[in-house]
Design a protein around this ligand. Structure first.
Ligand SMILES: Nc1ncnc2c1ncn2[C@@H]1O[C@H](COP(=O)(O)OP(=O)(O)O)[C@@H](O)[C@H]1O
Ligand SMILES: [Mg+2]
Length: 328
């Protein structure tokens, strides 16, 4: 039995069609025209204890809706979720202590309380004993520097500090599984780094299983061995990170810096995608031509001062997924 089992999970929302103008608004009020949106469309997968899985896909793909069903916040239209064999929808009490959830777009802390007061409140809600609480605060201080902000009212925290507070709050009751929905959204590189480090540390030290939703390719490359890619509510990929990235984004960028301006750079195996006065971006398929060969060819013809190779970002990768036809 896997730690998390998701089977044929479906979520449909009923939404009211908006009609144009005042007449339309009045008509919608008395004769609402309803239709269904399938946000999550029959997804199934298993996750083993100790895994860090990247759950990625474009905006509106159904990631947050799936996370809400997996954590028991939303009821599925069809299908089932089991955590350690128990359904969070049928027996929420038995499961809630095993889970932690953080939504990057919405804090679960209380604006008017100091961070530490929120922790005390959670200690009572989750009936965390004194020893576990003390041990966890110590551990969270080591991985998130939490005591530095524990006496600050939540409303005065920066976005990065608030996120550290949210992550600490989600870990206080020692959950075995942590769901992180866009925890690095809007953060600067330093704050991102501290959150990545936290995820790595809790996974290594406590064996916490992590499901991570993100738009940052750096996050998944640094943390996840496995990716689940979701598009239009369906799973389009589930497997090792490296092979998925290779397959979905086999291209790289070569940024060429010229010693003097030169127009119309050309190579038969690469495409010029952007040009500045002294800089040209080539997009090339790694399986067609190696970066070294491309550099060697270009330097024979053009006055090249420097080059660098760039990986595609997740948004590019998602665009590639979008281009694929949706198979029903
Ligand atoms: N409460 C809701 N009522 C109606 N539609 C919703 C609701 N929540 C989400 N949706 C729709 O479901 C789809 C998936 O949304 P969401 O799960 O938030 O995607 P993601 O997190 O991948 O960006 C979107 O089309 C969204 O508009
Ligand atoms: Mg979302």
């Amino acid at each position: 039995m896997a730690f998390l089992e998701v089977e044929n999970l479906v979520k449909e929302f009923t939404v009211t069609k908006k009609k144009e103008g005042l007449k339309g608004a009045v008509s919608s009020l008395f004769h609402p025209e309803k239709y269904k949106v399938r946000a999550v469309d029959n997804i199934s997968f298993n996750i083993e204890q100790g895994e860090i899985v990247g759950f990625i896909g474009p905006n509106g793909a159904g990631k947050s809706t799936a996370v809400k069903m997996m954590t028991g916040i939303l009821h599925p239209t069809m299908g089932s979720v089991k955590i350690n064999g128990i359904s969070p929808h049928k027996n929420r009490k038995a499961v809630v202590g095993k889970l932690g959830v953080v939504f990057g777009q919405r804090t679960q802390l209380y604006w008017d309380l100091r961070l530490g007061e929120t922790f005390e409140l959670l200690k009572r809600i989750y009936k965390i004993d004194d020893k576990m609480y003390k041990d966890n605060i110590k551990m969270l201080d080591e991985v998130l520097n939490i005591t530095e902000i524990i006496d600050t009212p939540v409303r005065q925290l920066s976005l990065g500090q608030r996120m550290r507070g949210d992550l600490a709050a989600a870990m206080l009751h020692s959950p075995t599984m942590l769901f992180l929905d866009e925890p690095t959204i809007g953060l600067d590189i330093e704050a991102k780094h501290s959150i990545r480090n936290f995820i790595k540390q809790i996974n290594e030290r406590c064996g916490t299983t992590v499901i991570l939703t993100t738009h940052d390719l750096g996050d998944v490359e640094e943390l996840c061995k496995r990716l689940i890619v979701i598009n239009h509510g369906k799973i389009v990929e589930d497997g090792p990170l490296n092979s998925i990235i290779e397959r979905m984004a086999p291209y790289r960028y070569l940024v060429v810096e010229l010693a003097s301006p030169h127009h119309n750079l050309f190579h038969p195996a690469a495409e010029v995608v952007k040009t500045e006065t002294l800089r040209v971006w080539f997009k090339f398929d790694k399986s067609r031509i190696a970066a070294t060969e491309l550099i060697s060819d270009l330097s024979k013809t053009y006055p090249i001062r420097d080059v660098s190779v760039k990986e595609p970002d997740i948004e590019d990768m998602i665009m590639e997924i979008y281009k694929k036809p949706v198979i029903f």
